[in-house]
Design a protein around this ligand. Structure first.
Ligand SMILES: [Mg+2]
Length: 96
């Protein structure tokens, strides 16, 4: 069965509600935070958990963008930000 993520995100917000889904964004981000900390601070081998929590956060960020109708603005800001990061890296590496 083919899944259309955008349609699914609209459906989650319609069926489960915007507020619960936005709280779920926070919950999933905190789960990913926890796994990153375990990996970096405690040197835990938790790649499976990192994969799962990263996917969870990406799915929830998809819903957040649909919820606030900001998909295009995020895409545009992200493109600009990536150029800025690239420029900073170029400058940084030139200094060395
Ligand atoms: Mg999770």
């Amino acid at each position: 069965m083919e899944v259309n993520p955008d349609e699914l995100y609209h459906r989650t917000l319609r069926v489960w509600g915007k507020e619960p889904q936005m709280l779920q964004v926070i919950e999933e981000m905190s789960e990913l935070t926890k796994e990153i900390l375990k990996n970096v601070n405690r040197k835990k081998d938790n790649i499976k958990e990192l994969i799962e929590e990263t996917a969870d956060v990406e799915i929830m960020l998809g819903q957040l963008k649909v919820c606030y109708d900001i998909e295009k603005q995020v895409e545009s800001y992200k493109a600009d930000k990536l150029k800025t990061i690239q420029q900073r890296l170029d400058d940084w590496e030139k200094k060395k």
